[in-house]
Design a protein around this ligand. Structure first.
Ligand code: ATP
Ligand code: MG
Length: 331
């Protein structure tokens, strides 16, 4: 399949009050047409920075090096105007906070119609209206014609998410990015939203990037997973492998921190993630790692992201990767 997104050696540095804050460091991803990638990691690991960089939405004072190609446009090298043109057509963002992205004083119908007319200036008014209703139906809003006259507050959280998805899909994007805030939405809403996105991916053959701090969310909907820590990808590969046979102690700890029937409470990974400005010359997870903590190699040498074999799609950045089904407990 054609590659829709190709990120190579991406570095993003924000200016900070007390010095530069590197938020991404040497990040590379590749996403073929129709495939989905889940980006996971704790708060501050750089997930949204990666999403915004791909969408060309980073603040202008952020320093970016490396390359980002979406279909055949280089996002880093292109003019702001060219990137703006791609957004909504080739690529789109679904805010997972639909209330914030909808205007409270205009009807939902008027807002969808506006997006339709922006993309399809060839349509007459009645045709645009039919198109808008169709867009709402497609994402599972059943009484769409009547719903057009309602205001965002009259929609439930789940229905508002559907409206946001419908609007993002009007331009038939090749790539959709859904960034989920850490402040968890209602679990049911979140699950429904993902199900709608997943159905749309199948129907429209889009590529999708799901950004979430929640591994369980990613597990069900992603073909590939990238696990981020301190601005780097520490483990990357097919979701079925990464999430069932994690090789990085951080991924294993993330999986273990998910509540199960046996351990119904969320257990957190001990310690705190480093701040963007913290300098860690070795593995950034070393201070919290059950295996590497205190080891000279982990403290001083940066582990490269590599597979067990040269052609292995499952790659890990760890000097002492886990070999078999692990049950790691952190110190
Ligand atoms: P969360 O799960 O909380 O959404 P995240 O993984 O999306 O976190 P980012 O928002 O990408 O993380 O932030 C990565 C790092 O960059 C953090 O240390 C954050 O404080 C910093 N950062 C993000 N945006 C800016 C900005 N506009 N200016 C300065 N620093 C920023
Ligand atoms: Mg974020």
């Amino acid at each position: 399949a054609e590659t829709v997104v190709e990120v190579r050696d991406l570095t993003v540095v924000y200016p900070g009050r007390s010095g530069p804050l590197p938020a991404l460091n040497g990040v590379s991803i590749s996403l073929p047409q129709g495939r989905s990638l889940g980006v996971v990691g704790e708060s501050g690991s750089g997930k949204s920075t990666l999403a915004l960089a791909i969408l060309g939405l980073l603040p202008s004072n952020a320093m970016t090096t490396g390359s980002i190609r979406v279909v055949d446009t280089d996002i880093v090298a292109s003019s702001r105007q060219d990137v703006d043109r791609l957004r909504g057509t080739t690529m789109a963002l679904v805010y997972q906070d639909a209330l914030a992205s909808l205007n409270p004083v205009r009807t939902v119908g008027a807002q969808i119609l506006e997006v339709v007319r922006r993309h399809r200036s060839d349509l007459t008014r009645p045709e645009a209206r039919t198109h808008a209703i169709e867009a709402m139906r497609r994402v599972g809003i059943s009484d769409a014609a009547a719903r057009m006259r309602q205001y965002p507050q009259e929609f439930s959280g789940g229905m508002r998410q559907r409206v946001a998805i419908a609007m993002a899909l009007v331009g038939r994007p090749r790539l959709l990015i859904a960034d989920e805030p850490t402040t968890a939405l209602d679990v049911t809403v979140r699950t429904q939203t993902l199900a709608v996105l997943e159905r749309m991916r199948e129907e429209l053959g889009m590529s999708v990037i799901h950004v979430s701090h929640d591994l369980e969310v990613i597990r069900d909907v992603s073909d590939d997973v990238a696990v981020m820590y301190h601005g780097r990808i520490v483990e990357y590969g097919p979701a079925s492998e990464v999430l069932s046979e994690p090789r990085h102690p951080y991924t294993a700890a993330l999986i273990d921190s998910v509540p199960t029937i046996a351990t119904p409470r969320i257990s957190f990974i001990p310690g705190t993630p480093p701040g963007a400005g913290d300098v860690l010359p070795g593995c950034p997870f070393e201070p919290r790692c059950a295996i590497g903590n205190g080891r000279e190699e982990c403290r001083t040498a940066r582990p490269p992201l590599v597979g067990a074999a040269a052609d292995d799609e499952h790659r890990v950045a760890c000097h002492f990767p886990l070999q078999v089904e692990p049950r790691v407990t952190t110190p």
